[in-house]
Design a protein around this ligand. Structure first.
Ligand code: ADP
Length: 476
């Protein structure tokens, strides 16, 4: 069973968020299921620098403005990559999606169309005798694959799966680009890739893929509702039979408290103590009696951290502390910097993988107050490290945490705290409950042990993906 994964990110080579973790983890998770997955990745500078090239698989004289090749390549954790080497599209420094002005690169539509175009060619022609049975496309950057397959494989199309990691990003552009993007103008309509008078790469995928998946069962059902569908809830309802939620796992080797090179390793909750002391020291926080909370996140309104800014005084008043690592919206970075002036809050603006491990290991609780969260990974890191998640009741946060309700506490199965509605008031209530639970050492230790025992790896989900791919290729 051969599957080509078409994605704009892949950990550890290039990552801006959870998409990279999932794309990076799937090939190894699926191998035991008999699926040979190869990732097709843009040749950004960091990718080209990290991989060893093993020859040219395909050449294209003009890939949306310049010559391109698909290379066989090998990189850290990925022995079997395919890389689109197209310097005019990908050889530029800085963020993979944003220019130095913080805005999307103006040619993002062409850049990821280039990725999809080469994916369709691989499906049609194969590379070195390897032909994918299924194409697994991710988010809008992989959305145009079904459109290009129509062109390269008019008679028999390879089956496609589109995984929605975040419905908020539509990859839309002006209809004037239809020709430039080599799209079929007759499909610029409601049943095709048109959305609100523009070309939407996400819509192309939502319409054209044979099956749709998203990264948690709750987000799959939320996508059918206006509040979460981002304008595509009607389309999702029309395709509900083809939509399934498969929960993300985490990389249990990279996130293993007993063998994490970035922390003092531990196998029981008691082992966190040294890491907590070290974390306080690193963030310049004094000792305290309340819970040390951590946040590792993009700082955007999706993540609901503005609610935390409002609710924070109640946590601090109870002796709690906060250590935050993140970057994003300037006003939010500024607000947390201001909060840090009181001495009980430590803030690092930036992206730092090793520090994120030290924070998850050293924190008592990890806060994820997202307004919507397709799956979320950091609450699962928290579970594995005995760091109690305090999360909004939405998406994958609803599917991975067992709320400390009276019933769950009585049954001894709680792993965290969930709050709803997603408001500062409800978050404040959750933080106060956190302080109460933290003050009961036995209950707290029980929750930590429960958390550390939760299955958060890829096991069950890898089986679900493999079954989906197999079903599809059997029907093709
Ligand atoms: P999203 O993909 O929406 O950003 P996820 O929770 O699915 O949210 O994945 C975020 C991933 O990025 C996690 O692996 C998290 O640890 C990591 N991450 C986010 N911000 C930072 C940061 N500032 N430093 C290090 N890692 C970060």
């Amino acid at each position: 069973m051969n599957v080509l994964s078409v994605a704009s990110e892949c950990a550890p080579l290039v990552k801006t968020g959870g998409l990279a973790d999932v794309v990076g983890a799937l090939p190894a998770a699926l191998a035991p299921e008999g699926v040979h997955m190869r990732v097709l990745l843009p040749g950004y500078p960091q990718v080209m620098a990290a991989v060893t090239q093993h020859g040219v698989a395909l050449e294209e004289a003009d890939l949306f403005g310049g010559p391109a090749r698909v290379l066989y390549a090998e990189g850290p954790g990925h022995p079997d990559l395919l890389v689109v080497d197209a310097p005019h599209l990908f050889a530029r420094a800085g963020n993979i999606y944003l220019g130095p002005d913080g805005q999307d690169w103006p040619d993002n539509p062409e850049r990821f169309a280039g990725l999809c175009w080469m994916a369709a060619r691989i499906a049609a022609e194969g590379v070195g005798g390897w032909v994918p049975d299924v194409l697994h496309c991710h988010d809008w950057q992989g959305g145009l694959v079904p459109e290009y397959l129509r062109r390269f494989m008019p008679d028999r199309r390879a089956p496609t799966v589109l995984t929605i990691h975040n419905m908020a990003f539509h990859g839309s552009t002006s209809a004037e680009r239809i020709g430039i993007l080599r799209l079929d103008p007759s499909r610029f309509n409601t049943g095709g890739y048109e959305a609100w008078g523009r070309v939407s790469a996400l819509k192309a995928g939502l319409i054209g893929a044979d099956r749709l998946t998203t990264v948690s069962p709750t987000y799959a059902s939320e996508l059918l509702r206006e509040e979460f569908g981002m304008g595509f809830d009607g389309l999702m309802r029309a395709r509900r039979e083809d939509l399934v939620g498969i929960l993300n796992g985490i990389d249990e080797d990279a996130w293993n408290p007993a063998a994490d090179p970035d922390v003092t390793p531990y196998g029981t909750p008691e082992g966190k103590a040294e890491n907590k002391t070290a974390l306080r020291r690193e963030f310049g926080l004094p000792d305290g009696n309340g819970p040390l909370c951590v946040v590792v996140s993009r700082l955007t309104s999706q993540k609901g951290l503005d609610l935390l800014i409002e609710a924070l005084p109640s946590l601090l008043a109870r002796g709690g502390q906060l250590a935050l690592l993140g970057s994003g919206d300037g006003w939010m970075e500024e607000a947390f910097r201001r909060a840090a002036q009181g001495g009980q809050v430590g803030v690092r603006i930036g992206y730092d993988e090793a520090l994120s491990h030290r924070m998850v290991a050293g924190g008592d609780a990890i806060l994820v107050p997202s307004r919507f969260e397709p799956c979320g990974l950091t609450q699962m890191y928290g579970l594995r490290y005995g760091t109690i998640p305090v999360v909004a009741l939405t998406g994958g946060l609803a599917d991975t945490v067992i709320h400390a309700s009276p019933a769950a506490l009585a049954a001894g199965v709680a792993t965290g705290i969930q709050f709803h509605p997603i408001t500062a008031e409800a978050l404040r209530g959750a933080l106060l409950q956190l302080c109460d639970l933290y003050a009961e050492p036995e209950t707290w230790a029980r929750m930590q042990r429960n958390a550390m025992a939760q299955p958060v790896g890829w096991g069950r989900s890898a089986v679900a993906y493999a079954r989906l791919f197999r079903d599809l290729s059997a029907r093709a």
